[in-house]
Design a protein. Structure first.
Ligand SMILES: *[C@@H]1O[C@H](CO)[C@@H](O)[C@H](O)[C@H]1NC(C)=O
Ligand SMILES: *[C@@H]1O[C@H](CO)[C@@H](O)[C@H](O)[C@H]1NC(C)=O
Length: 194
């Protein structure tokens, strides 16, 4: 019974998809070719879904047919995320201060992360100039540096883990990971320009 029910639901959806896809193939719309550039480009990255969803969040990405513009958008997204993470770290600092928590390890780690992310933002700003000048090697160096800045931030908490089991988890693991993925994708996209 259950499987027939599923089948009854699935078949119309499949048919609908076919028509939608046929409709798309029939229309020689530029917007779709341009959308393909995002997909085609993201296929060269290690984190495809992150690539697709981040690039698609910027309206300009579907309007361009220029890979260099996509690379710039990727760097912009990465920079914005770094800045956003930096202000999140400031929030963590002030909430742990107002909670009267005087855990030295945590506050030292958070201060380190402020430094690391400030440096990452600077590196990423420079990388945009390098991209504009067509210096892809320098883009590579700077974005790799930004990526390792986030790793250093995360590693601080890992080192703390062995010293103080009470504060064993980094509050920044998810953000550090996502930031690294954005960096990795931006690197892969700018390498396509070489
Ligand atoms: C990247 O960000 C800069 C500064 O915010 C902006 O001027 C530029 O238009 C952005 N580039 C793209 C391709 O969106
Ligand atoms: C500070 O306290 C608030 C509310 O009690 C809590 O949500 C927050 O996670 C605490 N911050 C830290 C860093 O412990």
């Amino acid at each position: 019974m259950a499987s027939r029910k599923t089948f009854n639901l699935v078949l119309p959806i499949l048919l609908m998809n076919c028509f939608v896809q046929l409709g798309q193939c029939g229309r020689p719309h530029n917007a779709e070719e341009r959308e393909d550039l995002v997909t085609a480009t993201c296929k060269h990255t290690l984190h495809f879904q992150v690539c697709i969803s981040s690039l698609r969040s910027v309206p300009g990405s579907s309007k361009t047919s220029d890979l260099k513009v996509l690379a710039e958008i990727a760097l912009n997204l990465t920079t914005t995320y770094a800045a956003d993470t930096l202000s999140y770290v400031y929030q963590l600092q002030s909430s742990s201060a107002s909670n009267g928590s005087n855990n030295n390890y945590v506050s030292r780690c958070l201060s380190d992360c402020v430094e690391e992310y400030s440096e990452a933002i600077e590196n990423l700003h420079h990388s945009k100039h390098a991209l504009a000048n067509g210096d892809c090697d320098r883009v590579d160096t700077l974005v790799s540096a930004a990526m390792s800045d986030a790793e250093t931030c995360e590693d601080g908490f890992k080192d703390m883990q062995s010293e103080d089991s009470e504060y064993s988890n980094s509050p920044l693991t998810e953000r550090n990971r996502y930031f690294s993925q954005l960096c990795s994708n931006a690197l892969a996209i700018s390498k396509l320009l070489v």
